[in-house]
Design a protein around this ligand. Structure first.
Ligand SMILES: Nc1nc2c(ncn2[C@@H]2O[C@H](COP(=O)(O)OP(=O)(O)OP(=O)(O)O)[C@@H](O)[C@H]2O)c(=O)[nH]1
Ligand SMILES: [Mg+2]
Length: 403
């Protein structure tokens, strides 16, 4: 420090270009933590001419200096924000370059195709037949691949942001008990008095990597009590905004009109029927038959007993499969695209459609080359080879910190 006073003993690391995060010369100061020493060291560095990094600036420089591409830079945000091990794993696949490699493979295929058709423009005197049909199947293959990537978008949203899940059902069926057992804590009040829950309670639980934003609601029934009736009104609102519903019914009492009215209320939602209190059922086969008859194929059904802790893991599996449409054990080396990728790949699909159209109509090679070039450019955009400053700023502004 200028005054000569010692602030702290630190570790100073000099990373010489190009072997650093940004490929530039980087100096890192590691101090003894604590607000005051860190603040004083930062002030000292600033007074010597350093400035604070803008949000995401280090990663942006790593991208601008060509150490990583744009999809990898984006995965850094996902890693910082990851809420569960699974979302972190997907982001790390993307950081490793798995998505970039797939895009580059598609680009290679298109570049070869471009060269093939270009040759017919450059050497029109060559009277070789153009192999349109071969390229129809190649282009269809690429388009299928892009469809696979596009299909990961909805899952990506679920893993990144979680899924709003309403627990609904008649009073006393065990909604609050379910919230507690999934949270592994006594968060909501549970009693044998119907109408216990009035306010909705919201908590996030990690179900096999999915951040499930659980909303425990007031049991729905006609009620003259003003407080309970208000709770039921709020429940109906919450159901409207939920993406997923756990509809709870009681195995100890026969299904009635109230159950069916609630099921009707959630009929336009992705729903899992959870039959609770199977410890009270005397004949499981009879119970299953009667329930299957009512719900037929309308929804997935899981049978549990919270009291005896039966089938809770099965319920978690069922939730995963209902939300992600595949078994948790089938989790492969996957990455999940974001909205920017979706937008860019959607455009690539349109251009590939035009390429296919041209091939099917045996169009002039010039026309086919135009569409292939468009498709190539959009794939380049996914990797950030040609991306406008506005989009770059939008991406890096998402980092709330200097990293
Ligand atoms: N036998 C049995 N009782 C259960 C089971 N799960 C919950 N209960 C009991 O059912 C009663 C109601 O449970 P809650 O979790 O409060 O039910 P709720 O659906 O939240 O009820 P409201 O908030 O009133 O709508 C409590 O006495 C629980 O102990 C179960 O699997 N078996
Ligand atoms: Mg309750």
């Amino acid at each position: 420090m200028k005054s000569g006073t010692c602030i702290d003993e630190v570790l100073l690391v000099y990373m010489k270009s190009p072997r650093s995060y940004t490929k530039e010369d980087v100096v890192e100061i590691n101090c003894h933590g604590g607000m005051l020493p860190s603040r004083r060291i930062l002030d000292a560095a600033l007074s010597e001419g350093a400035r604070l990094a803008a949000p995401g600036e280090f990663t942006k420089r790593a991208y601008l200096n060509g150490r990583i591409d744009l999809t990898q830079a984006e995965s850094v945000i996902d890693i910082i924000r990851a809420k569960t091990d699974a979302s972190m794993l997907f982001a790390s696949h993307q950081l490793k370059g798995d998505f970039s490699n797939e895009i580059n493979r598609l680009k290679d295929g298109l570049t070869k195709m471009l060269a093939y058709f270009q040759a017919f423009i450059d050497f029109p005197e060559d009277d070789t037949e153009i192999r349109y049909d071969d390229y129809v199947s190649k282009t269809t293959g690429m388009s299928d691949k892009i469809n696979d990537f596009l299909a990961t978008y909805d899952e990506g949203k679920v893993f990144r942001c979680g899924i709003a899940t309403a627990i609904v059902g008649k009073p006393n069926v065990g909604k609050s008990s379910l919230l507690n057992v999934l949270l592994k804590e006594e968060r909501a009040i549970v009693t044998d008095i119907p109408g216990t829950t009035r306010d909705t309670i919201e908590e996030t639980v990690n179900i096999k990597g999915i951040p499930l934003r659980l909303i425990d609601t007031a049991g729905i029934r006609e009620s003259k009590c003003v407080i309970e009736a208000t709770g039921i009104k709020i429940t109906r609102e919450k159901i409207r905004f939920a993406d997923f519903v756990l509809f709870i019914i009681d195995a100890g009492s026969p299904l009635d009109d109230d159950d069916m009215r609630i099921f009707e209320l959630v009929s336009n939602k992705k729903t899992l029927v959870v039959v609770n209190k199977i410890d009270l059922a005397t004949d499981m086969d009879k119970l299953k038959n009667s329930i299957k008859k009512v719900f037929s194929d309308a929804a997935d059904i899981t049978y549990i007993s919270i009291k005896e802790n039966r089938n809770i893991d099965k319920l978690k599996d069922a939730v995963y499969e209902a939300v992600i449409h595949r078994k948790a054990s089938q989790e492969k080396e996957a990455f999940l695209i974001n909205s920017r990728h979706k937008d860019v790949l959607g455009r690539t699909q349109t251009f590939l459609g035009q390429v296919l159209d041209g091939l099917n109509k045996k169009a002039f090679p010039e026309l086919i080359c135009v569409h292939i070039t468009d498709a190539l450019a959009s794939l380049g955009e996914a990797l950030g080879e040609t991306t406008s400053d506005d989009i770059l700023n939008m991406i890096f502004d998402e980092f709330c910190i200097g990293k």
